[in-house]
Structure formats: C-alpha cells, structure tokens
Write a protein that binds this ligand. Structure first.
Ligand code: NAD
Ligand code: UDP
Length: 311
C-alpha cells in the first residue's frame, strides 16, 4: 500500500513510519519540521520505499495514496500555545486538506484526535460517549477545540461525501524521540532527573494522567486503520492512572537522581484527572496496551541518556 503520514517526522509519526516501512508499505512523510526532526526519520530516507516531503498541511497537498494518517499538529502545551492561531489552522486546514485528498483519491483517512476533546472531565474514566468539558476561550482551547472541530469535519465528510474515516482519541503517549525540550511531563521529568535539575511539578501534583508507551499506541493506530467495522472515535491509551507526583517519584527512583521536587503554579485549564475507558478498543480492535509504565519509562530513560550524552 501507499500511505501518507502527515506529521511523520514527529515523535509518534516517526515511529508509525518505521512500523509501516517494516510492514512493506510505501510511505510518504509530510512535515513542516515545526516540532519534528529530520533525525527522527534520517534512517528511513535512503529507503526507496520512503519519501520525505517538506510541506505545511495548512496548504493543500496531492498524492496518489491508499491511506492517510493525519498526525500533523504540535502536541505539547508549550508548543501548541506558542502560536495558537497557527495551531487552530493546522488542526482545521490539515483535517480539511487530508479529507479533501481522501475524497479525491478514494483513500481511507485516520485522524489523530486526543483525550483533550474531553477537557477537564466530569466522568471518570472517559468513554467515547462522553461529550467533554472544554473551556472554549482558555489557553488550551486552540488545541482542544481545533481537534474537536477536526472530528466534526471528519464526520461531515463521512456523512456528506462517504469518505472512509477513522478517528483515534489518543491519550498521553511517551517514549523515545520526544524532544528533550518538548515540555510534556514524561520527557521533562526524565531530562531534569538525568541533569540533576529540579523536577518541576505544576500544581500540587495530585492531578492524574494515564501514560501509554509509543509502541502500544502505534499498534492501536494501525489496527484501527485496517479494520472495517468501526469509524471510531476510539480511545487509544493505557488505563494505568498515576498522579504526577507518583510519576516524579518513579522517575527519580529509576534514574537514581538527586534532583529536588519543586512546585509551580498549575497552568490554566489543566485537567485534574484523565484515564481512558478502552472497552471499545479491546472489543473492536482486539487491542490493549502491553507495556507498563515501569518498563516504558526504563526504555525512555535509556533513550534520553544516550541523547543527552551525544549532544
Ligand atoms: P509532535 O509535535 O512530536 O509531532 C507533530 C508533528 O507534526 C511534528 O513533526 C511537526 O513538525 C508536524 N507539524 C506540526 N504542524 C504542522 C503543519 N502545519 N504542517 C506539517 N507538519 C506539521 O507530536 P506527537 O506527540 O508526535 O503527536 C502527533 C499527533 O498525535 C498530533 O496530531 C497530536 O495532536 C496527536 N496526539 C498525541 C498525543 C501524545 O501524547 N503524544 C496525545 C494525543 C494526540
Ligand atoms: N506537568 C508538570 N510538570 C512539567 C510538565 C507537565 O507537573 O514539567 C503536568 C501538567 O501540568 C499536567 C501533566 O503534568 O497536569 C501532564 O502534562 P503534559 O503537558 O505532559 O500533558 P497534558 O496536560 O496535555 O495531558
């Protein structure tokens, strides 16, 4: 198959490109390198089945492909808040351009949506039927509402134009190839611990997240794309739920770091709890995560040790 991955040079996108190339597919990776890196896909570039195209998904694109994974969008709060209007444009125009292409070439298209569509949830854990609690005018809204609108566009193209859609609601995912200065919690804590710098906890650290290792996530995306019973939205994430303080303690223990835990103001609209209900993914995709936080953290720590030594 010929497969387009937008955002293919990013953290998740580059792992997805790896898996698709391993499966024997031809892959076109489109990225504007806002948060992605050429290093993430440099090993794929010599492969004749891989093509790298520098392009911004806000502008239309045209390729003859069978499948499209639309991942292009900054995902870390500091990155998506850096230029919030651009983030909204990326989500919305990127979705429209992906859907328009899918319609023209009759491709199946998967949207990388997010648990952020649930906002600061009043229902716990979050099933796909929960409609969410998002502040439309807050500092996270450029991302949350952009992703919500992208889901709307996917369903309107599905109903109006019979486009073959899939929507994955991805919960916090971590692993190798996150940027050291990415700003998300797992990479921040690991890098801080390895550099013996203060661990920065926002708020009192009692807020929770559920962390999925990247390999499990990629497996879930590929299964969702390649079955024909479900459009989604389907939650893809690891239901293991931890407070941010527990995460800090685990990272400190595993790195044997002497870093001190410090407390900082909680950013606006930061959700207090988050855990995926993955009953639908289990049933429809026969998928569930296999890598626990302990093991995934170790792999990620090993990656950052090498990364920090080589720079
Ligand atoms: P990332 O920032 O590492 O990757 C995003 C990629 O998209 C980067 O390579 C970036 O350069 C590219 N990009 C951004 N704007 C673009 C544009 N206008 N045109 C072309 N390319 C553009 O983030 P990630 O964690 O790999 O996330 C990938 C996707 O998965 C995103 O859509 C994100 O919203 C979604 N997602 C990720 C998580 C997670 O925990 N990692 C959770 C929920 C949803
Ligand atoms: N967080 C933190 N310290 C950091 C980075 C993040 O305490 O250095 C907190 C953040 O406030 C949030 C949680 O960790 O409550 C997860 O943050 P992240 O940015 O990774 O993802 P998101 O908030 O989008 O789920």
């Amino acid at each position: 198959m010929r497969i387009l991955v937008t955002g293919g040079a990013g953290f998740l996108g580059s792992h997805l490109c790896d898996r698709l190339i391993d499966n024997g597919d031809d892959v076109i990776c489109v990225d504007n390198f806002f948060t992605g890196r050429k290093e993430n896909i440099a090993h794929l570039v010599p492969n004749p089945k891989f093509e790298l195209i520098e392009h911004d998904v806000i502008e239309p694109f045209e390729f003859e492909v069978d499948q499209i994974y639309n991942l292009a969008c900054p995902a870390s709060p500091p990155h998506y808040q850096f230029n919030p209007i651009r983030t909204i444009k990326t989500s919305i125009m990127g979705a429209m351009n992906s859907l328009g292409l899918a319609k023209r070439v009759n491709a199946r298209v998967l949207q990388a949506s997010t648990s952020e569509v649930y906002g600061d949830p009043e229902i716990h854990p979050q099933p796909e039927t929960y409609k969410g609690s998002v502040n439309p005018i807050g500092i996270r809204a450029c991302y949350d509402e952009g992703k919500r609108c992208a889901e709307t566009l996917f369903f309107d193209y599905y109903r109006e134009n019979k486009v073959d859609i899939r929507i994955a609601r991805i919960f916090n995912t971590y692993g190798p190839r996150m940027l050291p200065d990415d700003g998300r919690v797992v990479s921040n804590f690991i890098v801080q611990a390895l550099k013996e710098e203060n661990i920065t906890i926002y708020g009192n650290g009692e807020q929770t997240r559920s962390f999925c290792y990247v390999d499990d996530l990629v497996e879930g995306l590929i299964r969702l794309m390649n079955q024909t019973d479900q459009t989604g939205p389907i939650n893809i994430g690891n239901p293991g739920e931890f407070t941010i303080l527990e995460l800090a303690e685990q990272v400190l223990k595993k790195t044997q770091s002497k870093s001190k835990v410090t407390f900082h103001p909680l950013p606006g609209d930061d959700p207090l709890q988050r855990q995926p209900d993955i009953a639908l993914a289990k049933k429809a995709l026969d998928w569930e995560p296999t890598i626990e936080l302990d093991e995934g953290l170790q792999k990620t720590i090993n990656y950052f040790k090498e990364e920090l030594n080589s720079h």
